[in-house]
Write a protein that binds this ligand. Structure first.
Ligand code: UDP
Length: 370
């Protein structure tokens, strides 16, 4: 073997693809290798009966940063999708995030001052000065009614633990909005790439050598000989052969169904708030792009404990895993020619716009070092 590449990029998700694009444009010779049989990581979408299906969970792009928005718009045209999920509790639908529509549905109040009064009264009566767990924290922020209907059941399903055993810091803030505005995000820019995320990633990787179905870790030594540097976006603990132990995640099972009706639930996202329903939400993919196909395609999300071999979705933010990830991060910092980035390699729950910002800043650093 001889050195053929300036950068070997391991993983073709958003982090790897942005790095590949930027490093290539800066004059470096790059190769992208990808374990799966397709590019795009977890933003991957696949057209099924003309509907772009978010195969690894719903991805809604949003950012407050004009540069990041301009950046993604170079590679895709974005539509005007605004995320306005609904929450179903005991056969009644509520608007999310918590706003005047929700308060009207909950208590029949139509004026912001009336809603504020109810919430403040509940916080006074049931809140805690030093919340010890997620339950006490949430009640102290939004009061008892909102906690019990919208947070308790969903969160306990999502994390597989009682709210009394979850740390308070998971919920630092729960925005309450006293206007009739169902927009889930408060960022200035929001949308879905028309045609799905896969063409956006294809555009980013245009002209760059990409190999799918290639598992870096099973042939690590050989790959290292062929490249000056590596950008690694896979699981951090796997890179170091799990030498300190295995980092934990929450995972998801997706139950997909193609249904021969035009419109199943009338909205892209419906959250199932009750604990006795085993899934947390149903995604109806066509509504991300205002589709008018004759049939529809839905996905139920069942949260589960991650086990080796499952897809990794949510890093677990507890003490044990923070300590463990720190051990691996310290090793990673000592590397001279391997750079770690993205959700898996940083063991961090990232939104897409944060992943892009982080990749751009790594490339900037690498270009200045050179
Ligand atoms: N959450 C909740 N009720 C809801 C939606 C979310 O209590 O109806 C909480 C829950 O603890 C969840 C967190 O908010 O883990 C973040 O949820 P979101 O849907 O915003 O994030 P995603 O799962 O899409 O990353």
């Amino acid at each position: 073997f001889m050195i053929q590449y300036d950068y070997l990029i391991v993983g073709s998700g958003l982090f790897g693809s942005v790095c590949a694009r930027e490093l290539t444009d800066a004059g470096f010779k790059c190769l992208v290798i990808e374990k799966r049989n397709h590019i795009g990581g977890n933003v991957y979408t696949e057209s099924i009966e003309g509907i772009n299906v978010h195969k690894y969970g719903a991805h809604i792009f949003h950012t407050d940063d004009k540069n990041i928005w301009n950046y993604v718009n170079k590679y895709a045209e974005f539509n005007r999708y605004t995320n306005s999920p609904l929450g179903l509790h005991k056969n009644k639908l509520y608007n999310l995030p918590f706003n005047m529509n929700t308060f009207y549905q909950l208590w029949g109040v139509s004026k912001p001052s009336e809603a504020r009064e109810i919430i403040e009264k509940q916080i006074k009566e049931f809140g805690f000065k030093n919340p010890k767990n997620l339950e006490e924290q949430a009640i102290s922020l939004v009061g008892k009614d909102i906690y019990e209907i919208f947070i308790k059941g969903y969160t306990e399903k999502q994390w597989g633990r009682s709210a009394l055993d979850l740390p308070a810091f998971i919920i630092k803030r729960l925005p309450l909005r006293f206007t009739y505005d169902n927009n889930y995000f408060s960022d200035k820019y929001q949308g879905i790439p028309i045609g799905g995320y896969t063409p956006m990633i294809e555009n980013m990787l245009k002209g760059i050598e990409v190999k799918t179905n290639v598992d870096f870790l099973s042939d690590k030594k050989q790959w290292i000989k062929q490249t000056k540097n590596i950008v690694y976006t896979g699981a951090l603990d796997a890179f170091y052969n799990y030498q300190f132990g295995v980092l934990e995640y929450r995972s998801l099972d997706f139950n997909n169904e193609s249904i021969n009706i035009e419109n199943y639930q009338g909205n892209a996202v419906v959250n199932y708030l009750d604990k006795n329903v085993p899934y947390t939400r149903i995604i109806e993919h066509k509504h991300f792009e205002f589709g008018n196909q004759k049939s529809t395609y839905i996905t139920k999300e069942y949260p589960k404990e991650w086990q080796m071999g499952d897809e990794r979705y949510y890093p677990i933010n507890d003490d044990k895993n923070s300590v463990l990830s720190k051990l691996y991060k310290d090793l990673a910092l000592k590397e001279k020619s391997v750079f770690f980035g993205g959700r898996l390699a940083e063991y961090r729950y990232y939104d897409m716009h944060q992943v892009i910002a982080s990749a751009l800043s790594l490339v900037k650093k690498l270009s200045n070092d050179d």
